[in-house]
Design a protein around this ligand. Sequence first.
Ligand SMILES: Cc1cc2nc3c(=O)[nH]c(=O)nc-3n(C[C@H](O)[C@H](O)[C@H](O)COP(=O)(O)OP(=O)(O)OC[C@H]3O[C@@H](n4cnc5c(N)ncnc54)[C@H](O)[C@@H]3O)c2cc1C
Length: 361
Amino acid sequence: MRELIAPQAMHTDRSASYPRDALQALGQAGLLGLISNPTVGGLGHGLPEAVQVVERIAQDCPCTAMVLTMHYCGTAYIEPLGPLAVRQAIAAGEHITTLAVSETATRSHIWAMTSEAAAQSDGRVLISGEKSMITSAGQADSYVWTTRAMQGQGNTLWLLNAKDAGFSVPRPFDGLGLRGNYSAPISAQQVPTSLASRLGEDGQAEPLKAQYLMPYFATLIATTSIGLMQGILRRAIAHITASRFAESGSALADLPTIRAYLAKAQLKAEQARLLRDDTVAAVLAARADKGMRLLQVKAAAAEAALEVSDTAMRICGGAAFRKELGIERLFRDARAACVMAPTSDVLFDKIGTLLCDSPTS
Ligand SMILES: Cc1cc2nc3c(=O)[nH]c(=O)nc-3n(C[C@H](O)[C@H](O)[C@H](O)COP(=O)(O)OP(=O)(O)OC[C@H]3O[C@@H](n4cnc5c(N)ncnc54)[C@H](O)[C@@H]3O)c2cc1C
């Protein structure tokens, strides 16, 4: 972390380069296989440990943290449903995966797929579709790709080899934040596969998502925001305590207004972290409020990160505009989580609907 990921974070952002060295180091440390079962060579940990790893990385490089988050999300499907060889490669730190869900046609409405899987008479299945913004596009070894069901209602999950003919990345990712993410579109033009690469049954993507993915997805995306808030506040505190006015000798941190802004921002960040910790506890104990917590946690942390990063920019003044403080980078990175599907607005609507459907709970 200190030797590689933190020092390279500014370069990753400036050059929009994929954090390949960081991922290689994480692989060598066993952390790409953190949640893989020991029977395939993994470390055999789960959500609480994944949270710790993502939180620490996000303090210095939210971009690497998000790539790792999507890798853990893909692994959450592949471990129970995927083939042995891929599970072993992930555990060995030699395979990066990601989730390919969002589509150009249906935007952030990730329940409405237009991607298709067409069965051929020779036993092959051809996958076609246009994904809009996929972390690690063209860089990952595999995509956990969602299509419409082959027959009937619902969606279907596939584990596709990212190097297969028919995949292309039509344009590179040149984003505001998380710039090294390679969150680019992916086009699939009749990518040949077979029923063996299907994860679960046809039309079962939604229940599989609820069972395997959501605990990781909601909690870890929230955790990238939580780590980011810790990182930006650490940098802000270093700046306001060190920066002085020559005429009085007092520091920025001696101003009560600045201290109050800082305190409120830290409170927001802590509230998000405590909600995240309670969400992990709800998942582990299979508590009745687990579903509500999983809806709340991403929205709460993503929205808090918008506010906290705004405050860090404000209290550090014009100095925060300069790249060397690292504050403007984290400010830009903080904009992503609230528009990553399910977006905060969609989550607010779902939470509000649930509250109105059962007003006494
Ligand atoms: C950095 C980054 C990484 C990403 N990585 C991945 C990835 O790895 N895999 C993946 O599948 N996707 C990924 N995405 C895509 C992401 O999940 C969303 O699909 C995408 O950001 C939505 O953008 P859009 O322009 O299509 O939004 P739009 O759907 O056009 O939304 C625009 C606005 O309308 C609001 N809105 C839309 N629908 C509703 C509604 N029903 N109710 C209320 N408000 C609504 C939204 O909240 C938003 O504010 C990534 C996105 C980003 C920014």
